[in-house]
Design a protein around this ligand. Structure first.
Ligand code: CA
Length: 223
């Protein structure tokens, strides 16, 4: 092969290569990947998608309105979001409690100490769902305990709602300062048409190391 023949062969090869790559280059510049045309959802638009199109060519039916589909999905998501319950809570300070008997001696500063039963009324929003009760207390005594109970009365049938929620310490146990919680709630749906609600505190003895700071009750609004 002389120089001239080599030059022709090289030129010919270049032309062939250019011809091969022209359609490829054109394909790559043809546009962006369009997921709606990718009928088998494999991330490539190729002969398989064309095959599907080819076999369906000439058929007819009801088209999918893609915009309507997206709008419907969006509205469903929004509906789900609005169904997430709104939460809130009520806090009751030690000063809200009154003793069951006038004879009880007790004292309230930042916390309540005393012996016997004490009651504090609570006003919940109507028809909320009570989810949790937490009592902030101290029990550093090994000869005494306390109990905090959420209860209420059905005023229209004169029946007690019983122990709706209860937390307590042990007689010989001494947890010190503690937040006692429960999510076990009976009659959790608030019914202000018929019921009135109360927290009952019991302290087994009057001792500075056996006291109640306050109570927090959590609830959520139902859709
Ligand atoms: Ca104790």
């Amino acid at each position: 092969m002389n120089k001239r023949q080599f030059g022709i062969a090289t030129l010919f090869s270049l032309i062939l290569l250019t011809m091969v790559f022209i359609p490829l280059a054109h394909q790559q510049d043809g546009g962006l990947y369009e997921p709606w045309i990718d009928t088998n959802d494999d991330g490539i638009i190729d002969v398989h998608d064309l095959q599907a199109l080819g076999s369906a060519y000439g058929t007819s039916g009801t088209p999918i309105n893609k915009t309507a589909l997206l709008l419907e999905l969006q509205s469903r998501l929004e509906a789900l979001e609005t169904r997430v319950p709104k939460k809130s809570n009520i806090s009751i300070s030690a000063t809200a409690f009154i003793p069951q008997d006038n004879l009880e001696t007790y004292s309230v500063t930042n916390y309540l100490i005393g012996a016997g039963f004490f009651y504090a009324a609570i006003q919940f929003p109507h028809e909320v769902n009570i989810t949790k009760m937490t009592a902030y207390i101290t029990d550093s005594v090994t000869i005494g305990y306390l109990t905090v109970t959420l209860t209420g009365m059905n005023l229209t049938n004169w029946v007690s709602l019983g122990n709706m929620a209860i937390v307590q310490t042990e007689w010989s146990g001494a947890v010190g300062k503690a937040a006692l919680s429960t999510t076990s709630i009976a009659n959790a749906r608030v019914d202000n048409d018929n019921c009135a609600y109360t927290i009952r505190l019991y302290l087994s003895s009057q001792n500075d190391n056996l006291n109640l700071y306050g109570v927090v009750i959590e609830y959520e609004y139902l859709a």
